[in-house]
Design a protein around this ligand. Structure first.
Ligand SMILES: O=P(O)(O)OC[C@H]1O[C@H](OP(=O)(O)OP(=O)(O)O)[C@H](O)[C@@H]1O
Ligand SMILES: Nc1nc2[nH]cnc2c(=O)[nH]1
Length: 175
């Protein structure tokens, strides 16, 4: 069945939100010798590449895969670390980049794990935030856009792995 999509956030609006996020991040990390930006795969790939291009200074990248969503639109709540970081974060300033924070379960698990590895600092930037869905409290310092409780696709976000490549964010009218 072909899904009917309704655009929620346009490409131009995404770019404006990214500019604002990057401005805050650049201000906060001014004077820091290097910033390690950690992308959570796969959802963060688009926001990660667009955000880091806007960052000043000495930026390093690493990736990790944490998965909690199966084939459908509901989190299983069972967060698994499928692929870990390539390098140590001991003493590093770490900024985790996510496409969306929903229940907060994924970020809560990832933050708890990374904190045990003694980073110099650990903060979170999530392009989308669905605050009404939160089950676990996670401090997210940088948010692009707050959205209501609707399942969205595009700009890294999938429906059964489809639609990640869309340059805009949309809701699925006939899931
Ligand atoms: O706040 P939560 O309820 O935990 O939901 C947010 C997480 O769900 C999605 O990941 P998913 O597990 O679907 O993997 P993906 O990044 O490969 O799409 C998204 O990328 C976030 O990581
Ligand atoms: N694709 C997608 N994945 C999610 N993971 C948590 N919330 C969402 C959402 O709204 N869309």
């Amino acid at each position: 069945m072909k899904h009917e999509l309704k655009v929620m956030i346009t490409e131009a609006e995404i770019n404006q939100a990214l500019d604002k996020m990057a401005e805050k991040i650049n201000r906060d990390y001014q004077g820091v010798d290097s910033l390690l930006v950690v992308g959570l795969l796969k959802g963060s790939v688009l926001v990660m590449s667009d955000l880091v291009r806007r960052l000043d200074g000495n930026v390093h990248l690493d990736f990790m895969t944490a998965s909690s969503y199966g084939a459908g639109t509901e989190s299983s709540g069972d967060v698994k670390i499928v692929m870990d970081l390539a390098r140590s974060i001991n003493g590093r300033h770490v900024l985790i980049v996510e496409d969306i924070i929903d229940t907060g379960r994924t970020l809560s698990k990832v933050c708890a794990l990374l904190k045990t590895r003694n980073p110099a600092s650990l903060e979170v930037a999530s392009f989308l935030d669905k605050p009404s869905r939160r089950v676990v409290d996670v401090p997210v310092k940088y948010v692009g856009v707050e959205i209501p409780d609707e399942f969205v696709v595009g700009y890294g976000l999938d429906y059964d792995e489809a639609y990640r490549q869309l340059p805009y964010i949309a809701t699925v009218l006939n899931p």
